[in-house]
Ligand binder design. Structure first.
Ligand code: F6P
Length: 322
């Protein structure tokens, strides 16, 4: 294999640049030319593809976002779009493709590789941590730390004013960010999609809690069945009008920032392994990190399954909340 391309797709996540750097180094060490595709699959369709050099990747390990840009391409969902994308890769004589992204990215990559000869390797990059076949995804640890820093600050003002804050964190369908950050900040309650009907029991807990505490933090995943932090606030206000409540929606700040050391190391491992997999003629795999070791999972399997929430963490959160 003489030419490989790399792209980032879906929501960006801190550590994607560290991963691109590692892919570049692995290519250089193996006399492979690396091409960067701008803005995900859309750049593949629009032929926004160019050879990367040392300058492109110098001092990017510490930078958040992605130097390649990212998108959720609608054109790539169509067979015609994917045909154009393959033609463009052939034009540049690119034989291997590395896709960094989440489950939507992998669904696109899986479909593309089932129709075309280009070898495809996926690397899990999303702050949501919802990918099957890896304990952690690139960006999750950084986002967790961002949330913890933000909520610690909110806690200061919450206790000064005896207020109950409902903090909404990202996680469209899953509660990984909410669960771990909730434990880390000592949240009074954690609302996640994986534990439905939580709000019912939550009422009793809150009424007991009122006797002892006046301020507090509730962490709510955006995808929780309650409908998000604003809905939880309405619910609390209705049942406990005496609580002084405030909502803080952390939003996209969770996706930015310099990657943590853990994310940089994870990104470096997975990026290097992805190139080695292509060199070894492997195809349609996702590189993951399980129990401290590299693990390869067929893309098909990775898109079919979802990582399950850790039950021990769930019960720890229950035991530690009010
Ligand atoms: O997939 C990562 C993620 O950050 C989710 O947690 C969130 O729901 C979504 O992306 C937000 O997407 P967008 O940037 O398109 O608003």
């Amino acid at each position: 294999m003489k030419k490989i391309a790399v792209l980032c797709s879906g929501g960006d996540s801190p550590g994607m640049n560290a991963c691109i750097r590692s892919v570049f180094r692995a290519c250089t060490n193996n006399s492979i030319e690396l091409y960067g595709i701008k803005n995900g699959f859309q750049g593949m369709i629009e032929d926004d593809i160019r050879s990367l050099n040392t300058n492109d990747i110098s001092h990017i390990i510490e930078r958040g976002g992605t130097i390649l840009g990212s998108s959720r391409s609608k054109d790539f969902v169509t067979e015609d779009g994917r045909k154009v994308a393959q033609k463009n890769l052939e034009k540049h004589e690119i034989e291997g493709l590395i896709c960094i992204g989440g489950d939507g990215t992998f669904r696109g990559a899986q479909q593309f590789s089932s129709e075309h000869s280009t070898k495809v390797i996926g690397i899990p990059g999303t702050i949501d941590n919802d990918m099957f076949g890896t304990d952690f995804t690139i960006g999750y640890d950084t986002a967790l730390n961002t949330i913890v820093t933000a909520v610690d600050k909110i806690r200061d003002t919450a206790s000064s004013h005896q207020r109950l804050f409902i903090v909404e964190v990202m996680g469209r369908d899953v509660g990984f960010l909410a669960l771990r950050s909730g434990i880390a900040v000592g949240a009074e309650a954690i609302l996640i999609p994986e534990t439905p009907n939580y709000l019912d029991g939550f009422l009793d807990r809150l009424s007991n809690r009122r006797k002892t505490k006046t301020s507090g933090i509730i962490i709510c995943a955006e995808g929780d069945e309650s409908g998000g932090a604003l809905e939880v606030q309405k619910f609390v206000n209705k049942h406990f009008p005496h609580f002084d409540t405030r909502v803080s929606i952390l939003g996209h700040m969770q996706r930015g920032g310099s990657p943590s050391a853990l994310d940089r190391v994870l990104s470096s491992h997975l990026g290097y392994a992805a190139v080695e997999a292509l060199i070894n003629n492997k195809d349609r795999l996702m590189m993951g990190w399980v129990n401290g070791k590299l693990q390869e999972t067929p893309l098909e399997k990775a898109v079919k399954h979802h990582q399950k929430i850790n039950k021990e963490l769930l019960s720890l959160a229950e035991n530690l909340s009010v």
